[in-house]
Write a protein that binds this ligand. Structure first.
Ligand SMILES: Cc1cc2nc3c(=O)[nH]c(=O)nc-3n(C[C@H](O)[C@H](O)[C@H](O)COP(=O)(O)O)c2cc1C
Length: 242
C-alpha cells in the first residue's frame, strides 16, 4: 500500500480535538491542496470561508443541529458553491450572461465538495483530523445572515479540523457496504429487499435488522434536521426560479 492509499484507508472522522492550534503553514497547505483539486473548466466554482472569530464558531453550533465540537475546532472552513463570482465577472466585463441556473449550481456543488475532500486528505496526511458538517445546509436564513451570503452562493460543505484528541484515534474504522452492492457493472439495478438486508444488516448490531432500520429511518431520514435541510435547500433554490 502506498502512502496516499494508506492515508485514505485509515482516515476516520474526528470530533474531539486537542487545544493545539493548526499552524499557519499547515492551514496554507490544506487550503492549497483544496485549490489543486480538479475543478470544472478550471473555474474554482467555490469560495471558502475561514471562520476565525470564536463567536461565529459558536453561532454555528445551534444553526448546525447543536454539534458543540464545531466551537472547539481550531480550524473551521465553510465551502460555498459560488455561482455569483463568474456571473459578476461576466457582467462586469460587459458579457450578457444568463442568470445562474440549477445546472450551474449542481456543477458548483460538485466542484466545491471535491475541493473539500482534497482538504480532508491533505489534513489527514499532516496528522490533522477532520469532520464534515452536513447540517450547514440547514437554517438558511440564519446562516445567510451570519455569513452575509448573497444570492447564488450555497453552503455545500463545512469542515472542522484539529489535532485528534488521544481517544479519538482509538475508535475503530467504520466498515462500509460490501463492494458487490455498491458497484454495478454497466447499468443500474435496484437492489431487492433481500439484497438490501444483506447489504445493510451488519449495521444493526445487537438489534434485529427490522428494529434497527426503523429507528435509523426515524433518526436520519424522517428527522426534524433532515426536513429542515430540505426546507432550507428549497429556499436557496428559489433564486434559480427564472
Ligand atoms: C456530507 C457529509 C455530512 C456529514 N455531516 C456530519 C455531521 O453533521 N456531523 C457529524 O458528526 N458527522 C458528519 N459527517 C461524518 C459522517 O458521519 C462520517 O463520515 C460517517 O459516519 C463515516 O465515518 P468515518 O468518516 O469515520 O469513516 C458527515 C459526512 C459527510 C460526507
Amino acid at each position: 500500500m502506498n502512502d496516499t492509499i494508506n492515508t485514505i484507508m485509515n482516515r476516520r472522522s474526528i470530533r474531539a480535538f486537542t487545544d493545539e492550534p493548526i499552524s499557519a503553514e499547515d492551514k496554507k497547505l490544506i487550503l492549497e491542496a483544496a485549490f489543486r483539486a480538479p475543478t470544472a473548466g478550471n473555474q474554482q466554482l467555490y469560495t471558502i470561508i475561514d471562520v476565525t472569530d470564536q463567536s461565529v464558531k459558536e453561532a454555528l453550533v445551534p444553526i448546525c443541529d447543536d454539534q458543540p465540537f464545531i466551537a472547539s475546532a481550531p480550524l473551521v472552513l465553510i465551502f460555498l458553491a459560488d455561482c455569483l463570482k463568474w456571473y459578476n465577472a461576466f457582467k462586469g466585463a460587459g458579457c450578457e450572461p444568463r442568470t445562474p441556473d440549477v445546472g450551474d449550481l449542481m456543477l458548483a456543488v460538485s466542484d466545491t465538495n471535491i475541493a473539500a475532500e482534497n482538504a480532508v486528505i491533505a489534513a489527514e496526511s499532516l496528522g490533522i483530523g477532520s469532520c464534515y458538517i452536513g447540517d450547514v445546509m440547514e437554517n438558511c436564513e440564519k446562516l445567510r445572515s451570519l455569513l452575509s451570503l448573497p444570492e447564488y452562493v450555497f453552503p455545500a460543505a463545512m469542515l472542522v479540523f484539529g489535532h485528534p484528541a488521544p481517544n479519538a484515534m482509538k475508535r475503530e474504522l467504520l466498515p462500509r457496504i460490501d463492494y458487490k452492492y455498491t458497484v454495478h457493472e454497466n447499468s443500474y439495478r435496484a437492489l431487492s429487499g433481500d439484497e438490501l438486508k444483506d447489504a445493510l444488516e451488519w449495521k444493526s448490531g445487537v438489534r434485529s435488522y427490522e428494529e434497527w432500520i426503523k429507528a435509523f429511518c426515524d433518526r436520519k431520514y424522517n428527522s426534524e434536521f433532515s426536513r429542515e435541510m430540505s426546507r432550507s435547500v428549497r429556499e436557496y433554490l428559489k433564486q434559480y426560479d427564472n
